[in-house]
Write a protein that binds this ligand. Structure first.
Ligand SMILES: [Fe+2]
Ligand SMILES: [Fe+2]
Length: 291
């Protein structure tokens, strides 16, 4: 068992068996989820493995590095903006840590790109933040979407041996951090809603619905914009693995479950992406997809 998992179990033991969503115990549990499982790795000292020229070319040609840098930059800024206006000291600490981890993801990418000679196509565009809560909710839903597929793609890359194990291991903590962030986000949403005055709840619900709609729309737009380069759209074929859409969704579901299973079962789980994946798999089955 990892130290992080042991720490999370320690939280479980000290918390009553039934958890009331919106309670102090709930708050302590979802904040401890982030604060107690922090992994202190440092991007500047990551020992990047030497890659064969062919593997290095594969890495360069994945085509989403600029988008990844921009996503991490904006996620870090939006999360920090929420931390800066959060009054509760424990939640503020947890959200600030989330922001730090996003900035660190960007630093990992920058170090990797420099080491392997991947040149960014342009400057990272930082978007202005007018409403920190809205920005955080938007980012949280975006991460739930993206990491659900990233979990599956990461497992494919690992099992197919497309990248050497040393390189996969470097990114393991980054991927696991996104699972923690998703879990933190859905619990923060439920906690925040439960603690809002009844009159302010409709606005919060509307914000959530709008954030969700924006993220769906953005992904449709990104899919069109990137077209041939879109790693998620290409799925397994982008990393040389022959897998059908149903098989891929099954893998994403299993990986999502596996990554979240390390944390306290009383915390709420992200539901939208697993539910959407089940619906898509049913449709594929009824449409005659064999795999
Ligand atoms: Fe991130
Ligand atoms: Fe994240």
């Amino acid at each position: 068992m990892t130290q992080a998992a042991e720490q999370q179990q320690g939280v479980q033991a000290a918390t009553p068996a039934r958890l009331a969503i919106g309670s102090e115990q709930h708050k302590h549990l979802f904040c401890s989820l982030l604060l107690d499982t922090f992994d202190p790795y440092r991007p500047a000292v990551i020992p990047w493995p030497i890659l064969a020229p062919e593997t290095r070319d594969h890495l360069k040609n994945l085509g989403f590095w600029d988008l990844a840098l921009e996503t991490e930059e904006n996620a870090g800024r939006r999360m920090q903006a929420l931390a800066d206006v959060t009054e509760d000291p424990l939640i503020r600490r947890a959200v600030a840590l989330n922001a730090f981890e996003e900035r660190r993801h960007k630093a990992v990418l920058e170090h990797m790109m420099r080491f392997y000679g991947i040149i960014p196509k342009g400057e990272v565009r930082a978007q202005p933040i007018r409403n920190p809560r809205w920005a955080f909710v938007r980012t949280g839903y975006g991460e739930c979407f993206d990491s659900f597929f990233a979990f599956g793609l990461f497992a494919l890359a690992e099992h197919a041996g497309f990248f050497p194990a040393e390189l996969v291991h470097v990114f393991e903590p980054v991927i696991q951090e996104e699972a923690r962030h998703n879990l933190f986000f859905v619990n923060w949403l439920a906690y925040t809603r439960a603690n809002l005055a009844v009159l302010r709840q409709p606005r919060f619900l509307a914000e959530r619905a709008a954030a969700l709609a924006v993220q769906i729309w953005k992904r449709i737009g990104t899919g069109k914009e990137m077209d041939g380069d879109n790693f998620t759209r290409k799925g397994g074929s982008a990393i040389g693995v022959d897998i059908g859409p149903r098989g891929f969704l099954e893998l994403c579901l299993a990986e999502n479950e596996r990554r979240l299973s390390r944390y306290d079962p009383r915390l709420l789980r992200p539901r939208i992406m697993p539910a959407a994946a089940h619906v898509a798999m049913r449709l594929l089955r009824s449409g005659g997809a064999t795999r």
